[in-house]
Design a protein around this ligand. Sequence first.
Ligand SMILES: Cc1cc2nc3c(=O)[nH]c(=O)nc-3n(C[C@H](O)[C@H](O)[C@H](O)COP(=O)(O)OP(=O)(O)OC[C@H]3O[C@@H](n4cnc5c(N)ncnc54)[C@H](O)[C@@H]3O)c2cc1C
Length: 399
Amino acid sequence: MAHQASAIAIVGGGIGGLTAALSLLHAGFDVHVYEQMKDLREVGAGIQISPNASRILHRLGLAGKLAAMGVRPLAWHQRRWDDGRTLLHTPLGETVEAVFGFPHVQVHRADLLNALRDSFPAERLHLGHRFAGCTDRGDHVELSFENGARITSDAFVGADGIHSAVRRALFGDASPRFTGCVAYRGLVPAARLAHLRLPVESQVWMGPGKHFVHYYVQNQALVNFVAIVDQDDWARESWIEPADVAQALAAFEGWHPQVRAILGAVDETFVWGLFDRSPMAQWSVGRSTLLGDSCHAMLPFMAQGAAQAIEDGATLAACLAKGSPQDIPGALRRYESLRLPRASRVQTASRENKTRFHLPDGPQQQERDAQMASGSTDWSFKAVQWLHGHDAGIVEEGA
Ligand SMILES: Cc1cc2nc3c(=O)[nH]c(=O)nc-3n(C[C@H](O)[C@H](O)[C@H](O)COP(=O)(O)OP(=O)(O)OC[C@H]3O[C@@H](n4cnc5c(N)ncnc54)[C@H](O)[C@@H]3O)c2cc1C
């Protein structure tokens, strides 16, 4: 088939870029990834892979690796910050698989990135290539890199994360917005927390101006935590920095002993300024498009940033495969029309959860808790059906 000869260049070898590359390779395209780093590295932190994303990773042949490296939590458990009262308890484990057809898996980010990289031909991954510029010549795109390399391609995908240089090149400058939240993240050896007898659950503790998430990764050898705190500004130059554990502990003064015990066992933590962007009007120009955080960076409060990037790759590959090789801009427009409204909805829901999760105790918090108790919001199956039940690989008209 003619489209099989189309060459696709992806800038950015993160979770989004590599998933898209694998999806395109499986669809028969001549795909190459250009990554700025000399070695692929990921921060030491966990990530939740919900069924809408695990469905795609399974389809790409990663089911075995995902099972070997990941932890399948038995439940999603939202709790009150001080007394630990259950606000919502959704069974996951085999139940989520029965409902959505695919598992919910918790993994170490580096493990996921390694699994993607190991599945992708090394000669197609070009490390040490920092994007410098692009020119659309009508029938092809030219790309240049800071190391002096120049290439041409039939289509070009920017998957270079929240500070995307490709987005700037295509759509001009627009800085990401500081969301008024910082996140302390880290990993604790599970053996150190054995006395807490933590269940194999993804637990989300919600309280005034903060929330705290923890879950196991790496075959339950490590407990991943994310401690989110409202903060007025982010004055640091870098968006992620080593942080003082005592500072994180002080922010959670008065919280449930389980939360404090996890933080108290931490050796090393990093603090992230959390940035997002407002939904864009457009992702594609001619033969170029964006995916992942470069076009829909979001707060992690739906645990969907990477999942949406993974969905992007599946839809992009399906649109290019179904489209005419003579009309790549048309296929990219179709991709954008399917993905942009959905990713924007998740961005908005993630932003709303900042307010919702961090309500001070009072009437609004009581109303939220009553909604959660009714089982129709947050991570109840009913509330996430639209999100976790979606198959991003289906792109037929009317899908
Ligand atoms: C605290 C926190 C918790 C999170 N938890 C979850 C979760 O549980 N579930 C979930 O789905 N998501 C989660 N996310 C979101 C998720 O991490 C991101 O949405 C996801 O990593 C985006 O993937 P990406 O490939 O688009 O970008 P990135 O992972 O940022 O990758 C971009 C790649 O592009 C490269 N690059 C950048 N600039 C250039 C350039 N000029 N030239 C060449 N290469 C370049 C970078 O080196 C990098 O490798 C969380 C985020 C945070 C901050």
